[in-house]
Design a protein around this ligand. Structure first.
Ligand code: SF4
Length: 292
């Protein structure tokens, strides 16, 4: 198999088989991320994709799912993406469900009809690392799109029948803008009505512009307790009936389907941790994190 480090795969999707069809990230400018900083974006040559598909087909010819890597494969045009999906169907004729992650802006050059064609070929679920629905925050972290872009592009996925995830990056707006980040993100996410909302907490990793800004006093990070207050505000304002998962450092499990029926329990659990949590332990867990 041909993989380029670092290999990030969504742990909530089947993690076998994986197929790398691009490497790196076209954007590489989000201020909290260095994941692909040493990797130039490149389309995987079709010969290597076919080599890997042959290998998967020899080992698991009846595969029904596959996860496509790397950061944002849909950056390529539909005309380039379609032949890859066709090859997957050729080598793995029982394939039913193709997963990938991508950036909101990668959908701009695709029509609903393009996306419907990709769905017909098996593309069923896309994870979008949206991070925020608040324009000030999106601009501050250099995400490269606006809240309006999020609504328009997610609307195209809905129209094409492709399910999608949206992730909220807790803490990324810093202290001054925390409330607006939470409220406006919840509003935009609710309008988009994704199948799943995921939340992760900001960790300032070495080499990220945001850590350097924090060291110069230009970015005021939230404390562990403030992160939880922001997460609670986000949950309070989120009104779509999705699955909800969180990677927060708190041990209470807030993850599961049917968000609206669990919303009050999630808020109560967050309240409890805000009042009684061990913030020193949470900070220690965060300090030991190695990647997003
Ligand atoms: S967060 Fe995602 S889009 Fe932003 S630089 Fe990292 S990999 Fe690229």
């Amino acid at each position: 198999m041909h993989f380029t480090e670092p290999v990030y795969r969504n742990p909530y999707w089947p993690t076998f088989p994986l197929l790398q069809i691009t490497q790196g990230c076209t954007h590489n400018k989000c201020k909290f991320c260095t994941m692909y900083s040493g990797v130039k974006f490149r389309l995987q040559p079709m010969e290597l994709i076919e080599d890997d598909l042959r290998e998967i087909a020899a080992y698991a010819p009846q595969s029904k799912t596959i996860q496509l890597l790397s950061a944002n494969p849909l950056a390529m045009t539909s005309n380039k993406f379609k032949p890859i999906l066709e090859k997957i169907n050729e080598y793995l004729p029982e394939i039913e469900y193709i997963y990938t992650q991508t950036r909101v802006s990668d959908l701009k050059n695709k029509t609903v009809e393009d996306l419907e064609e990709l769905r017909e070929l098996g593309l069923r679920e896309i994870s979008l690392g949206v991070e925020s629905g608040d324009d000030w925050t999106l601009n501050r972290i250099n995400k490269g799109y606006t809240s309006e872009d999020i609504i328009v592009q997610c609307g195209k996925l809905t129209d094409a029948g492709i399910d999608f995830w949206m992730t909220f990056l807790n803490g990324v707006a810093g202290r001054e803008h925390s409330h607006d980040h939470a409220v406006n993100s919840a509003e935009i996410f609710s309008q988009c009505n994704p199948m799943l909302v995921g939340t992760g907490g900001l960790t300032l990793f070495p080499g990220t512009p945001l850590l350097e800004e924090a060291q110069r006093g230009e970015f005021d990070p939230l404390s562990e307790k403030e992160m939880l207050v922001e997460l609670k505000t986000f949950v309070e304002h989120l009104s779509c009936d999705c699955s909800f998962i969180t990677h927060h450092t708190i041990s209470a499990s807030l993850t599961g389907p049917d968000f609206l029926s669990r919303k009050n329990r999630i808020i109560d659990a967050l309240d409890d941790v805000i009042k009684h949590g061990d913030f020193g332990e949470m900070a220690e867990i965060r300090r030991n994190k190695k990647s997003l």
